[in-house]
Write a protein that binds this ligand. Structure first.
Ligand SMILES: [Zn+2]
Length: 429
């Protein structure tokens, strides 16, 4: 393909991957586009007959799609290729991503969502609040079965509009994994599961992708990047800001990771254009570094959100899962996690929810409101020996502090006690 027409005209470019090929034709107006498309199609026709290759011209195999066209009605609906007819379409699947005429990727996003919902229905058959797969397994499954699909090519198609739907779906998954009965704040569910918000994961993937591109001296993605930065593409610019953050953060974290020439750049007010001068060493990242940087962005995002809502203490987030002891049953695990969010099954929440069913927020000991802090530090119905072992859990109110959850043995024991168990789960019906 290239040998025939691409080199002659800058308006025609070819992209190939394995047995898949795409020809892009650009022009100032429709007529110019059609003119160059004709040249490209003729050239492909000539090439294929020379090499005796047959192109499958069926729909979904070979198609024409037209982007940013003001008058789509003026575009011919069929084209001729090697004597066969190919159709003009509104969307076409290229390497697993459905590209639509308007480039908003709404259709691809919907396809992904349908696919994910099916996968999630399959997974959720094997778990509920009381039995089945535990949250550790659910998180692992989510990452491998759901996120792999959700973030495939996300850099291209995920935008704020598409993310709204996907985020609603992810909320359902997170809520089920936590085993929450009532609505749980999404940021808290994510903190409990040790899974960052979708937007943070998306930003991290972009950082990784672009760092790879920037570390090469000559790379098609690097040229694209330079082009987009020059034309001030807002999406790319926000990704570039994250990369600058990462480079600066990494340098602070360990100056030895930055090459001497780049250290000089960093010391002299690092700018967007300096990104394209970076050496391979500075662009290098490891899994551990990326994990730390993810936690940094995640912590920032949860802080911004919860501070706005008036939370006095912000949970400290971590990618490592809750250290629940081996052999904890799903039921126990769900109860333990319910201590980490507000809308659980304790009277203090239930009475706010429905006064006719739960007339008081008082604990069954009659002393004060049945809150997590009460149960673990002051409730008369719970023996002191157990409470003293467990109270360290909740030294700072409702904070979800992963560090303090090193040993949940005593809490698990506490939760098995009939009076506690009763007070937590009596309202399930
Ligand atoms: Zn009590």
């Amino acid at each position: 393909m290239e040998s025939l027409c691409v080199q002659e005209h800058e308006q025609i470019s070819a992209f190939k991957f394995a047995d898949d090929g795409t020809i892009k034709v650009t022009g100032r107006d429709l007529n110019e586009c059609l003119y160059y498309l004709e040249i490209a199609l003729d050239s492909i026709g000539g090439w294929t007959s020379k090499w005796r290759m047959v192109i499958n011209c069926n729909t979904n195999k070979t198609e024409v799609i037209c982007f940013s066209c003001k008058d789509i009605a003026a575009v011919p609906t069929t084209f001729q290729l090697c004597g066969n007819t190919i159709q003009l379409t509104d969307s076409s699947k290229v390497l697993g991503i459905t590209i639509d005429r308007r480039l908003n990727y709404r259709q691809h996003s919907q396809n992904v969502l349908n696919n994910l919902m099916y996968r999630w229905v399959c997974i959720s058959r094997y778990t509920n609040r009381n039995w089945g797969l535990n949250q550790r397994v659910l998180v692992r499954l989510t990452k491998t079965v759901i996120f792999s699909c959700l973030f495939y090519g996300s850099l291209i198609w995920q935008n704020n509009t598409n993310l709204v739907q996907l985020n609603k779906f992810w909320y359902k998954v997170a809520k089920s994994a936590v085993g929450a009965v009532f609505n749980i704040q999404q940021a808290i569910a994510e903190a409990i599961l040790g899974v960052p918000p979708l937007s943070v994961t998306g930003r991290i993937l972009a950082v990784k992708h672009y760092l790879k591109a920037l570390s090469n001296t000559d790379d098609i993605h690097k040229r694209f990047l330079l082009n987009e930065v020059t034309s001030k593409n807002p999406v790319v610019l926000s990704h570039m800001k994250d990369i600058i953050r990462f480079i600066k953060w990494k340098h602070e974290y360990n100056p030895g990771f930055t090459s001497p020439s780049d250290t000089e750049l960093l010391n002299n007010g690092f700018g967007m254009e300096d990104l394209f001068k970076l050496t391979k060493r500075t662009c290098h990242y490891s899994r551990g570094l990326i994990d730390k940087f993810t936690e940094l962005l995640w912590q920032e995002s949860i802080k911004n959100q919860l501070q706005l809502e008036g939370w006095p203490i912000i949970p400290r987030v971590s990618l490592s899962p809750l250290p629940l002891p081996h052999g904890t049953s799903r039921e126990q695990e769900v109860l333990i996690m319910s201590l980490l969010y507000k809308n659980n099954l304790l009277n203090s929440f239930l009475s706010r929810l429905d006064r006719t069913r739960w007339n008081s927020s008082l604990c069954s000991c009659g002393c004060e409101d049945q809150t997590v802090i009460h149960l673990l530090t002051r409730c008369l119905l719970i023996e002191d020996t157990i409470r003293d072992q467990a109270s360290y859990l909740l030294t700072t109110g409702n904070e979800v502090n992963m560090e303090k959850l090193d040993d949940l043995g005593p809490v698990a024991a506490l939760l098995k006690r009939p009076q506690f168990h009763g007070s937590v789960s009596f309202a399930c019906s």
